[in-house]
Design a protein around this ligand. Structure first.
Ligand code: AAO
Length: 493
């Protein structure tokens, strides 16, 4: 379950948060395929509660009503069309799976696919699940059945996360329904899963469930391939539940990564310490994690990670993302967001619920593409920023090489090579960088893929000359639009 199942030479996924299936299918064809991405994490595809107060928040999709594939992102047929078209472009689809719980307690209604649900009697006929299928006072010991104390493992896994009705995954019937859903997605052709709220599920239950998963669809994958699994476990070191408990069923989301990298690129922790970034900072083994700067939760103050960098701090965010993509540690995910107006009230964003850009009938807006490759209609599309997609390509080129030729100025200027294939320099100082550095690269003229693109053998930005001894002069003014330079052997002029 640790292998991402990327097509050859592709090593990064992007989370197209709240996108419609029809837009993702087009994005695979017009951008993700050609620009070297491996795949897409999609929002939960299964039927969810329709929340109207507040009006259609993004988080309604984390309240399942059934496992039918009908949401604001599209229906079953549109989902299948996306998976097929993306796989044909060598782009994989990873599904966000919500199986810890169903809707919040209380209330009733119809889900996005028309299925009835009742959060008072715990009835979900669309699956079907009934009150027998949920944890209750016999398994959860808090008086209101909600989680209050993250130091109590039993409570975290048997009680309700923010009042969400907690499925009893120890029960065979419940496991069977979840396994049917996952295998249904596998048969369609998905490459793997994000397990939402994995911390709130027992590793033994996940082990039992993953043990019943089929191999991937052989129309797209080598026979015997297993789904890629990455589990959302927030482990900042201060709770008894540890990431390592989950390595038996796949990788985990490393939230420490963005939380510790963001302060460096905010000039709050000297960049020179990044010399042993990765396992050296006490983080898990590289092959056990997926890494990211921000995610859909912590970019709006949900979940954990503290003040991580986001698209709103774009100059620093691009640098942190470039560092992540240049560095060998972890399997990388790039967040792709939509815009909303923040409204801080007592330190919290009162608009943290706002859903994706919508039309008058609350259907999700199409993603509009501008002539400079950026997006419109409220979609931020960080994955389409030049500095980011060129570093996705950099990672593909240097993959498998080790980090060498580390250099720093003892403070906020750093540089390193990836074998003899790529080199990157950052200037986070308030003064210019003007230095001769060992790049480890063969002599020649290289395109700086940060300031421009490599197109038809020439460079739209600045270029760098590497001498026969591997050294090159670098000049990065502190006022540069992006105070970093990246060169690799795939972009030689
Ligand atoms: C909504 C409403 C609720 C309502 C509920 C039911 O907002 O008021 O009760 O419906 O009607 C998302 C939204 C929720 C939303 C939910 C369902 O974020 O607001 O609830 O959909 O619609 C915990 C979990 C983690 C979870 C995270 C948000 O462990 O799994 O909370 N993330 C996933 C998804 C997320 C989704 C769900 C799960 C549910 O990515 O989008 O919720 O499907 C500590 C713990 C963490 C815990 C955080 C937050 O973190 O360690 O495990 O995450 O608290 O409760 C420092 C610490 C760090 C600590 C953090 C915050 O950083 O180092 O450990 O402070 O205290």
């Amino acid at each position: 379950f640790h292998n991402p199942n990327c097509a050859d030479g592709r090593h990064t996924i992007t989370h197209l948060f709240e996108w419609k299936w029809s837009d993702i299918a087009q994005e695979c064809e017009r951008f993700l395929g050609p620009y070297g991405y491996c795949g897409v994490q999609v929002s939960p595809p299964n039927e969810n509660r329709v929340v109207t107060s507040p009006n259609r928040p993004w988080w309604e999709r984390y309240q399942p009503v059934s496992y039918k594939l009908v949401t604001r992102s599209g229906n079953d047929q549109q989902f299948r069309d996306m998976v097929d078209r993306c796989n044909k472009q060598n782009i994989r689809i990873y599904v966000d799976v919500v199986m810890n719980h169903m809707t919040g307690s209380g209330g009733s209604g119809q889900g996005t696919g028309g299925s009835q649900w009742d959060g008072n009697s715990l009835s979900f006929p669309g699956v079907p699940f009934s009150s027998w299928d949920f944890n209750d006072a016999s398994t959860c010991s808090t008086s209101d059945l909600n989680i209050h104390n993250y130091q109590n493992v039993q409570e975290v896994r048997n009680c309700r996360l923010v009042s969400l009705l907690d499925l009893k995954l120890s029960k065979d019937y419940v496991r069977t329904k979840v396994v049917e859903y996952l295998n249904y997605l596998i048969d369609i052709g998905v490459a793997g899963f994000r397990f939402d709220a994995a911390k709130h599920m027992w590793p033994a239950d996940l082990y039992a469930i993953t043990g019943q998963l089929k191999s991937l669809n052989t129309n797209y994958f080598p026979s015997g391939s297993k789904p890629f699994i990455y589990q959302e476990v927030i482990d900042m070191g201060n709770e008894p539940i540890k990431m390592s408990e989950y390595f038996g069923t796949g990788r985990v989301t490393n939230f420490v990564y963005g939380a510790k990298l963001s302060p460096v690129f905010r000039n709050q922790d000297q960049a020179k310490w990044l010399v042993n970034w990765g396992e050296g900072w006490g983080m898990p083994f590289s092959n056990d994690v997926i890494v990211f700067i921000d995610n859909h939760d912590n970019q709006r103050g949900h979940g954990a990670g503290g003040a991580v960098l986001t698209f709103r701090d774009s100059r620093r965010y691009k640098m942190a993302t470039a560092f992540m993509l240049a560095h060998p540690y972890g399997f990388t995910r790039v967040m792709s967001s939509y815009y909303w107006d923040v409204n801080y009230v007592n330190g919290n964003d009162a608009n943290d619920w706002i859903g994706p850009p919508t039309n008058g009938d609350m259907s999700i807006k199409d993603v509009f593409i501008n002539s400079d490759l950026s997006c419109g209609n409220g979609w931020i599309c960080e994955h389409r920023w030049r500095q980011i997609y060129n570093m996705v390509a950099f990672r593909n080129v240097v993959f498998g090489t080790s980090l060498v030729n580390w250099w720093d100025n003892g403070n906020y200027q750093i540089a390193f090579s990836r074998g003899n294939k790529g080199f990157i320099v950052f200037n986070l100082e308030s003064y210019n960088l003007n230095t001769r550095l060992q790049t480890g690269l063969p002599a020649g003229q290289y395109c700086d893929v940060i300031s421009g693109n490599y197109e038809n053998g020439s460079c739209t930005g600045s270029s760098v000359t590497v001498n026969s001894d591997g050294t090159a002069n670098f000049f990065i003014p502190t006022s540069a639009e992006d105070p970093m330079i990246a060169i690799h052997i795939g972009a030689k002029v």
